[in-house]
Structures are given as structure tokens and as C-alpha cells.
Design a protein around this ligand. Structure first.
Ligand SMILES: [Cu+2]
Length: 620
């Protein structure tokens, strides 16, 4: 076992049992999260296999009777609770148990049955009640202080049909999640049901003829893949890393090295903010924090060979838990495989002919289903030292019906009297790079065209300006198209064979501005999305850019609070928080199911090597 390995099922059980016993928790207690308390960088570096290790869990939970929220630390050998602290801000993450229990409870509530009957819906079995978390400012005044959810209603046209094909427009419920009790029925308006087609399963799509001209495509690696996976330690050609996983970030990539040199200590996604940009009654509460409110780990789905992943695959399972603290396994949660990636480099010489190398990449991926939506995450490692992080958004868009002649301007018409609201998916990647060690400085690197003059008579001169970011205030950076701004993480204490400092460049992709009034409640909760990049000095406790307790939050207690200290970020252990995603202006082609929308950013070596590190890739 390695100190960074995720908690096992036995460890989760032990942590829950220990806390239950020592704090005399009743069955009204819910475990929101149980995760490994990751060891310090020093511990990780000093570890050699066989060393005794101390494992610790961090547990967050609450009592449904008094609503009290606690965060605890539990050591596992010997089992003991070492800290137990009451939390006073916000609510713990939403849980899958609550989602399911809320759906089941509301479907039996006479007021719900009555409201649905008035819309002609009597088969409750075909109803899906979809619970969302709130921002505190939107919780009705009279219910503040409780653990409150609000719910949408969806309806399946036949037992096996898609619920997200049919919104029940203008009907929402407000729920006390601790008592699992309906507080309010909001019946704002009704719309005569349009004749739509929201099905995507072939049998349910009328007149669909599946293509017949696709021949098999097989990927064979007769000698197996070129990587080795030993427990959670992965090595492939010159790359090495460890695979981690937790309830909130999902896949975490630890201790990334190339040829024995350190590139990154830890890479993950720390938050996702999805504001729907539609102020109408059906949508104004729709501001999902899919990581802080729900957790990518909890929402991870099993992958299937031949469908999700093609070729010689190695899978890793993930162990999550329910709100009783009981562990369960997500089979095949993480996919690891190699891919052919066309050409790495090539040149054709008139005399000697073509010299060409095919590119191979190592891919780590996991898939998340957030109710109607899917996020597919791919971390790719290349033979020339590049790292690419790609996210694909797919699944089913939220839609809503409107009365004849009255389409609201906040979305795109995708079916008869049906529009899909515009929305944005902001992802915050947490990039703890350690380029040849921890003492790094981030430079904004920008191109500048010099004015014409005696030294520049043709107006061609272009120079590159590198500006060190010295404080957290400097570290608040925005994408600039005019200068092609990017950011280099440089170790000024280590030089390459050319005598220049080694570095890795964050090449921005899919960056876009929030386009939101700073006074708007969502921006107050998610100030983190207000910049493309934030840089902070490493602090193991600083993990969540919009705060630890995002459910029913009022303010962002993460990045804006930490960076208000304006700490030094020069020549120190830095963490980069990169904000990117999908500015989703919906299209008819994304209905009834959306093909992947793909966004990515890159980490590329700049002077980390003396020359192309892919020179040694052999011809195929
Ligand atoms: Cu979208």
C-alpha cells in the first residue's frame, strides 16, 4: 500500500464505525463524505515501499435532527477520532441517497399527486423528480437555515422512455431534505404539451434507420499495452504517475514525473459551476456546482469495453460510500489505455526521403453522469512531454416548453415549442505543478509587436515578454487574445543545457469570461470563475475554489478569501487554478441527445528539455 492510495472499503467502514462509536452518532446521522487525508509532500517523497504508513480519513457529515454539521479527522491505526469540529457555514454536499429518497418521497405525497393529476399525469411510475441544490439567497426566507432542495419534474412518455425528453413545465417543489418533507408546491404556469420527439434509444425513435455501412474497426496490441500498472502506480515510456480518486474531484493524478524529473505533484478538477442564463421561473435557480454540490466521484459511472474505451484497457475500480458510511464499488471507474495519435513528427527530405514517427499517447479517463448531463474527462500524456486535459460534455440538455408564439430569448428552439436555455459550464482545474522541484515562479508570457522604426523598418519585429507574477494579486490573470497570453511555470533555480531556466507552459484553451454582473448571486458564490487563472502558494487545506461548503453558500469562501492575503507566489511551491469550459449556446443538433462538445487545455514543456524529447521515438 502507498500513502496516496484512495481509502479502501475496509478503511471507509472503519472510519465510519470509529466516528459512530466515539461520537455516539444516531441513525439520524448522514455521512456526506469519507476520504483519505492525503499525506504531506514530505511524507510522499520520503516513502519507500514497505515503510509503515499512517492512514487518516477526513469525514464530513450531519445530524438530520438538529442539522448540525461536523468535520472530523479519524486515524485508522489504531482507530481514533482526532478532531471533531462543528461547521457553521453552508451545508455538506448533496448525496445520491437524498436524491433517490426525495424522488421516492415526493411521488407519494398527495399534493404532488394532485398537482400532476391536474396536468393529466396519473402514472407516477413514469415521473422523475430531480432535486437540485440551492444558493442561500434563493431559499425562501421562511425556510432559511434548513437543508432545503428544490425539484424539477420530468415525465417518461412510456415506461422505458427518457424522462428528460419531457419537462413538466412550471411545476417545482421545495423540500426539507432532513425531514424529507414537501414544504411547497410551486405551480406557476402550464403549457399545452407540444408534440416533441426527445427519445434517443433507437427503438423509441420513430422512423430511425440505423446506418449499415460501418465495418468493424479493431485495435490489437498482441503483446499487451506498453504501460505497467502496479497497484495505483502507472508508468509508460518515460512518464510515471500515481492514480488517485475521491468523492469530490473524481480522478486525481499524483506525482507526475518524466524521466525521473518532477513535473506535477497533483492534477485534478476542483470545481465546476454551471449557471443557466435564463431568468424565467423554470430556470432561475439552476446554478449547479457539480463538484462542490454533488461530487464527481459519487457521480462516476462504470465504463464498458468496446463502447467507452477501445483497445487494450486496464481499469481501476473506485470505492465510494452511501450516507450510512457503507462502502460500495464502482467497477471500471477509471480507464487507462494507449492510443495511436497519428503523427508525432515528420519531414520529407528531397534526397533521403521521409522520416516520420507515429504519436502514441497514454490516456487516463473517467465518466460522470450528473442527472441529465455527462462529463467525460481525459488526461493524456504524450511522448514529447506534453500533457493534454480534455473534457467532453454530452448527455441531454435541459429543455422547457413555451406557449404558442412566446419563445423566451434565453435559449434556442430545438423542438416544437421547446427551447434549450443557454448556460455555461465553468471548470476549475487545480494544477499543483512542481517543475523540477517545488520552487517555481509563474510568468505571464505575451507577444508584443514592436512599432515600426529604424530598427523595425518592415514592422515585423515581435518580442516575447515574460512577466513574473510575484503576489496573489498579480496571479489573478485573464486570457488576452491580443497578446496570446499564456503562463509559464518556471524553476529559476534549474537550467537546461542551453542555460535557460526549465519550465512548463499552461497553454489556455476554452477560456471565456463569466459575462455576469459581479453583484449577481452566482458570481458572489463563484468569484473563482471571474478570472482565467489564479495562482496561490501551496496550502494543503486550500482545495475548493468556491469554498468547502458550497450547498446553500452565500459567498465564495475559496479563492477570493485565500488570495485576499496577497501572499508571495514567487520562487515557491505554487498551485495554478485554471478556469475553462463550455460556453454553451445550444443548437438544434444537440437535441434529443447532445454529441460531445470538446474543450481542452495543454501543459507543454518550455525549455524543460534541451531539444525535442521525442527524437528517440523509434520508427514504426
Ligand atoms: Cu451544456
Amino acid at each position: 500500500m502507498h500513502p496516496l492510495d484512495p481509502l479502501s472499503a475496509d478503511e471507509i467502514t472503519a472510519a465510519a464505525d470509529t466516528l459512530r462509536r466515539e461520537q455516539q452518532l444516531t441513525d439520524r446521522w448522514r455521512f456526506a463524505s469519507i476520504e483519505l487525508r492525503e499525506p504531506s509532500k514530505e511524507t510522499v517523497k520520503a516513502f519507500t515501499p514497505g515503510d509503515p504508513i499512517t492512514r487518516e480519513a477526513v469525514v464530513i457529515g450531519w445530524d438530520r435532527d438538529d442539522g448540525a454539521v461536523y468535520k472530523a479527522r479519524v486515524t485508522l491505526q489504531p482507530p481514533a477520532v482526532t478532531s471533531w469540529e462543528r461547521q457553521t457555514e453552508g451545508q455538506p454536499n448533496m448525496t445520491v441517497d437524498e436524491f433517490n429518497e426525495c424522488d421516492a418521497a415526493l411521488r407519494q405525497d398527495p399534493r404532488v399527486i394532485e398537482a400532476l393529476a391536474q396536468r393529466g399525469i396519473t402514472d407516477l411510475d413514469r415521473v422523475l423528480i430531480d432535486t437540485w441544490a440551492y444558493g442561500a439567497h434563493l431559499v425562501p426566507e421562511r425556510h432559511r437555515g434548513g437543508r432545503i432542495g428544490w425539484a424539477d419534474v420530468w415525465y417518461r412518455k412510456s415506461p422505458g422512455a427518457s424522462p428528460y425528453a419531457n419537462p413538466v413545465t412550471g411545476l417545482h417543489f421545495v423540500v426539507d431534505l432532513n425531514r424529507m418533507e414537501l414544504l411547497e408546491v410551486e405551480d406557476t404556469h402550464r403549457v399545452d404539451e407540444p408534440d416533441t420527439m426527445g427519445e434517443y434509444v433507437p427503438d423509441l425513435v420513430p422512423d430511425l434507420e440505423l446506418r449499415t455501412d460501418i465495418k468493424p474497426l479493431h485495435i490489437h496490441q498482441p503483446d499487451g499495452p506498453s504501460f505497467t500498472l502496479d497497484g495505483n502506480a502507472l508508468s509508460w515510456q518515460k512518464w510515471s504517475l500515481r492514480v488517485g480518486f475521491n468523492h469530490r474531484e473524481g480522478l486525481v493524478i499524483h506525482t507526475v514525473g518524466y524521466d525521473g524529473r518532477s513535473v506535477a505533484h497533483r492534477l485534478s478538477f476542483a470545481e465546476m459551476v454551471v449557471p443557466y442564463r435564463d431568468p424565467t421561473t423554470d430556470h432561475y435557480r439552476r446554478t449547479a456546482f457539480d463538484i462542490g454540490e454533488w461530487g464527481l466521484g459519487f457521480l462516476t459511472t462504470s465504463l464498458e469495453l468496446g463502447c467507452d474505451c477501445l483497445g487494450e484497457i486496464r481499469y481501476l475500480d473506485a470505492v465510494m460510500h452511501n450516507t450510512k458510511g457503507e462502502p460500495y464499488t464502482i467497477k471500471n471507474a477509471i480507464c487507462i489505455h494507449e492510443e495511436d495519435d497519428a503523427i508525432l513528427w515528420k519531414h520529407v527530405d528531397a534526397r533521403t526521403g521521409a522520416e516520420v514517427r507515429r504519436s502514441r499517447r497514454l490516456v487516463l479517463s473517467f465518466h460522470v453522469t450528473v442527472a441529465n448531463y455527462e462529463y467525460l474527462v481525459y488526461w493524456r500524456f504524450y511522448q514529447d512531454g506534453n500533457i493534454e486535459c480534455e473534457v467532453r460534455a454530452t448527455g441531454i440538455m435541459v429543455t422547457t416548453h413555451f406557449a404558442p408564439g412566446q419563445q423566451p430569448p434565453y435559449g434556442t428552439l430545438v423542438d416544437e415549442r421547446t427551447y434549450a436555455p443557454f448556460h455555461q459550464h465553468f471548470l476549475v482545474a487545480r494544477l499543483d505543478l512542481d517543475v523540477d522541484g517545488e520552487a517555481n515562479t509563474v510568468y505571464a508570457t505575451e507577444s508584443e509587436a514592436l512599432p515600426m522604426g529604424p530598427d523595425n523598418p518592415h514592422g515585423l519585429a515581435l518580442v516575447q515578454r515574460n512577466t513574473p507574477l510575484r503576489t496573489e494579486e498579480d496571479g489573478k490573470q485573464d486570457y488576452d487574445w491580443n497578446t496570446q497570453r499564456a503562463w509559464k511555470v518556471v524553476n529559476d533555480n534549474v537550467t537546461n543545457g542551453l542555460g535557460t531556466p526549465v519550465g512548463y507552459k499552461l497553454v489556455p484553451g476554452a477560456a471565456f469570461p463569466p459575462m455576469m454582473d459581479p453583484a449577481s448571486p452566482v458570481m458572489q458564490r463563484a468569484e473563482a470563475i471571474g478570472h482565467t487563472l489564479w495562482v496561490t502558494p501551496f496550502d494543503a487545506e486550500e482545495r475548493w475554489p468556491c469554498g468547502e461548503f458550497v450547498v446553500q453558500s452565500e459567498r465564495d469562501r475559496g479563492l477570493p478569501v485565500w488570495t485576499a492575503q496577497n501572499r508571495n507566489i514567487e520562487d515557491t511551491d505554487v498551485v495554478l487554478w485554471y478556469v475553462f469550459g463550455v460556453h454553451h449556446i445550444t443548437r438544434p443538433e444537440e437535441w434529443p441527445v447532445m454529441s460531445v462538445d470538446t474543450v481542452s487545455f495543454w501543459l507543454k514543456p518550455v525549455g524543460f528539455f534541451d531539444r525535442n524529447p521525442g527524437l528517440d521515438v523509434p520508427p514504426s
